[in-house]
Design a protein around this ligand. Structure first.
Ligand code: ZN
Length: 363
């Protein structure tokens, strides 16, 4: 349902998730969050009866500041690159599910950087094109770069609007890292100097060197160990485990040794994720196109996070990390409400009651 609600003051449910904070909060007629009771005179709903709270109650008892998919590829579908119309279609499907912010973690041909904001699509933070050497990434997804062209390519993406740079740090398990650590360090310095951040695809044991190079966000990280998790906590490195990508059902014909290998990977992530949360590492929920954000939240809980911790990874912590804190007074409102408490049962997330995106109620 698309409502025309301009001019309405919305009063949020009292219980703000994921931490259960109780605080009065409204959405002004201009769509901004405010923690001061709006003044009367902005329409009939703004004039309260004596002693009543102003504004019209947004349906639902619990509110989240919008869900965040921190690792999606909107220009990839069914394993192949797609264009702007398909990317827009993917984005348009998200707000009704409560996903109001996405970080695109790599795009064939930088197509995401050509997407323009639209009122029916979530906020998009894009990484531009995949940066990987020849043979160290799916061929259809990238134009290879070399150690000499890596930084100029990254800076070109930033100049074209990328706020993140996506580098493929490793690929096949038996190969060394795609880049010398000094090259990764130089990339991080150059990208930071240009005002952006670096996310690195890494699955294998070289992840320690990737973290030490100062990468901002580890994508997948399925071979992380305790020492490297401790380093991430000390450095402020985030981790997007993309568990949906690692928990697809095994096919019956999968060789036993391959199956055991991936079972070990899953077991390692079940060990490292609670350790990372306890150490203060920012965990980001990301689907990697392999399921819904609710799927990823289910997996985070299945890998040892509490529902509240998983909700933080999919909302407040992700928003803060990406620079759009939730429920911040003065900001255009992103709000999703529920009738029941998703900390008690994350399945509640499947049925948002109301959605306000950038100040406009869309559901
Ligand atoms: Zn990915």
């Amino acid at each position: 349902m698309r409502s025309t609600v301009t001019g309405t003051i919305w009063r949020l449910p009292a219980i703000l998730l994921p931490d259960g904070e109780r605080r009065d909060l409204w959405v002004t007629p201009g769509g901004r969050l405010t923690d001061a009771a709006p003044r009367r005179g902005s329409g009939p709903a703004a004039v309260p009866a004596h002693g009543a709270a102003p504004g019209q109650a947004l349906p639902g008892r619990f509110a989240l500041p919008g869900l965040v998919d921190s690792h999606i590829h909107v220009t990839i579908r069914n394993g192949g690159p797609v264009g702007i119309p398909e990317a827009e279609e993917t984005l348009r499907a998200l707000p009704s599910t409560g996903v109001l912010l996405v970080r695109d973690a790599g795009s064939p041909g930088s197509v995401t950087l050509r997407l323009t904001p639209a009122p029916d699509r979530p906020r998009l933070i894009a990484a531009g094109r995949f940066l990987a050497p020849q043979g160290r990434m799916l061929a259809a997804y990238h134009d290879p770069v070399t150690p000499e062209t890596l930084i100029p390519a990254a800076l070109a993406e930033i100049a074209a609007g990328a706020r993140w740079v996506k580098v493929t740090a490793d690929w096949d398990r038996d190969q060394p890292l795609n880049w010398e650590p000094a090259v990764l360090r130089a990339l991080v310095d150059a990208v930071h100097a240009a005002g952006a951040r670096v996310a690195a695809h890494t699955q294998w044991a070289g992840v320690a060197a990737v973290v030490a190079a100062g990468i901002d966000s580890i994508e997948h990280g399925c071979s992380l160990d305790a020492d490297t998790v401790a380093t991430m906590a000390a450095r402020g490195t985030a981790w997007t485990p993309t568990l949906t990508a690692f928990n697809k059902p095994f096919t019956p014909d999968l060789p036993v040794d391959v199956r055991e290998f991936w079972e070990d990977i899953r077991a390692n992530m079940r060990e490292q994720l609670p350790r990372a949360v306890a150490a203060g590492v920012t965990i980001l929920a990301g689907t990697d196109n392999d399921g819904s954000l609710l799927d990823e939240i289910r997996h985070l809980v299945g890998h040892g996070l509490t529902p509240t911790q998983a909700l933080r990874a999919a909302s407040t912590h992700a928003r803060t990390y990406l620079g759009l804190p939730g429920f911040a007074a003065g900001e255009l409102a992103d709000v999703v409400t529920f009738d029941a408490d998703p900390r008690e049962d994350p399945e509640v997330l499947a049925n948002p009651v109301a959605v306000v995106m950038r100040g406009v109620r869309i559901k």
